[in-house]
Each structure stands twice: as C-alpha cells, then as structure tokens.
Design a binder for this molecule. Structure first.
Ligand code: SAM
Length: 286
C-alpha cells in the first residue's frame, strides 16, 4: 500500500469510528487542520461562544495550573497574538515572556483546534512548561469587549493579517481607526504595545497611517524596536513569516506604544466616555 493510500485508510477509519484525528497530548499534524484561507470577519453567520461581559469570563479553564500573583486577582491573558494562525508566535512568546499569560486568538475553528492540541502536546512533553499559553476561537473584530478588561493587556500582536486588497474590503482590515481605539482601551496606558508586521507594503502603509493618526499611540523608533526581543520573535517565529522568508520577500513592521492622554489623566475613564465620538480617536463616520 502506498503512503497516500495508507493516509486515506487512516482518515476513513477516523471518520467511520469517529475517534479524533489527534489524541489529546499527541502533536497534531498540520495537514489535517488546514482550512479555507480567508473568511469574512464582518459576516453575521458565524456562531461564536462569548460571555455577555468580560467580568464573566473564566480563564482558569485555559490556564488550569497557573495561580494569580495575588489571591484577590483572577488569572487572565496579558498578551494577545491576534489571528494567530497555526500558533508559532503564541508558542514562542510563552518562552520569551515567562511572566506573561499568552493567548492566541483565531477565527478558524480547525486551525484553533490545531493550536490547542499543539499547546497540550507541549505541556505533556515538558511538564510545568507552556502552562501560560492558550488559544481561543473568536472573531476579534467583534468580540474583544466580551473577553478583555480595560487596561489589562501588555502587548497585542497583528502578524501577517489578511490584507483584504480590494478597496471595498478595506473595512474588513483588522487595524482600523475605530478598532485602534478598542485596542487602546485594552492596552495598559504608558507601557502597552501594539505590534504589526506584514509582507504587503500597501497594508504596512495603512497600518502606519492609521496608528500615526491615532492620539493614543506613539511609534517606536528603530533603536527601540531593535532592543525589543518581541520584534525579533514576530519577524522570525510565525508560520506566515517563515513562508515569506522562504519566498525571499520583504517583511514590513512597526510597533506602537499606548500613551497616556491628558484628558485621561483627569477624567475617570469608563467604556461609555472612552468611546464617545471624538474623545479618544473615534471619529464620526469611519
Ligand atoms: N499570524 C499568523 C502567522 O503570521 O503565521 C497567521 C497569519 S494568517 C495570514 C491571518 C490569520 O488571521 C488567519 O489564520 C485568519 O484565520 C485569522 N483571522 C482573520 N480575521 C480574524 C479575526 N477577525 N479574528 C481572529 N482571527 C482572524
């Protein structure tokens, strides 16, 4: 029997006997978890589970072996790999940032399951490690407020996001004026960072244009970026980045710090006044 016949037989057995393609604790094989490359993040057809309020989210099932620094605190993610794909950066960040709690967010169900199994296999093979990594299936363009609290995040990564080339599809881009205000709301003022990298120069220019125009972000200098090990990780460790490397194409990146706004210093910030028109970068009619 040839290798591909063997593989077909194995898959038939999986379907007929309805046992999982990968046993939990085994390393999943990517080829069984590929799915359509693009989906419409503005579609209303997807069914996602989400709590009605971020305070109701119980992260302990994602990080069962981690206790919060203080008994009065709850464990929650502090670093997000948004659109994590097959999870290379999510895994790498767990090693690089041992004191942070890392969450990959992915819209595609099969790909999310691959990352979950990948993390489980790493945990099994390396007892006590990878406990601060997890993944969640979600559409971040819609549901971030249902999961995350104000000023709770240290870092958010947007690595090789879908470019949505056509002008009519630009509203599907994951970095936009109003979404930047959301990201600013969740990032810690004065230290939180937003990272973006792409191989599409036009999309990079879009990121730079929107982030520079936003009153709550400051662009890091080249020196500052060179000193940040997370920049090297986002350049080298994502699956998409490796593909770009193999193709010999360029990668364009930028990093932005969430700054403190003067109004914010004096005003008690709530979700309501933060997102008021014109207050923190949300302009009418975007
Ligand atoms: N960051 C990964 C990397 O660099 O290898 C994957 C990049 S891939 C081109 C973009 C990923 O973002 C896809 O896996 C896609 O399913 C995911 N994605 C797109 N829109 C999303 C959304 N609104 N919420 C969560 N994930 C999304």
């Amino acid at each position: 029997m040839t290798k591909s016949e063997n593989e077909k037989k194995r898959l038939r057995a999986v379907v007929e006997n309805s046992f999982p393609i990968t046993q939990e604790g085994d390393m999943p094989r990517k080829k069984f978890y590929r799915s359509r490359a693009h989906c419409n993040p503005l579609s209303h057809n997807n069914t996602f589970d989400y709590p009605s309020h971020s305070s109701e989210m119980d992260w302990s099932t994602h990080y069962p072996n981690i206790s919060p620094a203080h008994p009065s605190e709850k464990i929650a993610p502090t670093v997000l790999d948004i659109g994590c794909g097959f999870g290379g950066l999510t895994i790498a960040l767990t090693k690089l940032l041992p004191n942070e709690t890392i969450l990959g967010l992915e819209i595609r169900a099969k790909v999310t399951e691959y990352v979950r199994l990948r993390i489980m296999a790493h945990r099994k093979d390396n007892p006590g490690e990878y406990e601060r990594a997890s993944v969640l299936r979600s559409n971040t363009m819609k549901f971030m407020p249902n999961f995350f609290q104000k000023s709770s995040l240290e870092k958010v990564f947007f690595c090789f996001p879908d470019p949505h080339f056509k002008k009519k599809n630009h509203p599907r881009r994951i970095v936009s004026e109003s979404l930047l205000s959301e990201y600013a709301y969740f990032l810690k003022p004065g230290s939180g960072k937003l990272y973006c990298i792409t191989d599409v120069e036009d999309l990079h220019n879009w990121h730079v244009k929107h982030c520079r125009a936003h009153p709550l972000f400051r662009e890091l200098t080249k020196v500052e970026m060179d000193e940040d090990p997370c920049v090297k990780a986002m350049y080298n460790e994502t699956e998409e980045g490796m593909k770009v490397e193999r193709a010999g194409a360029n990668k364009y990146y930028a990093v932005y710090e969430r700054i403190v706004n003067d109004t914010e210093r004096t005003l008690k910030i709530t979700a309501e006044n933060f997102f008021e028109m014109g207050q923190f970068g949300v302009s009418e009619g975007e």
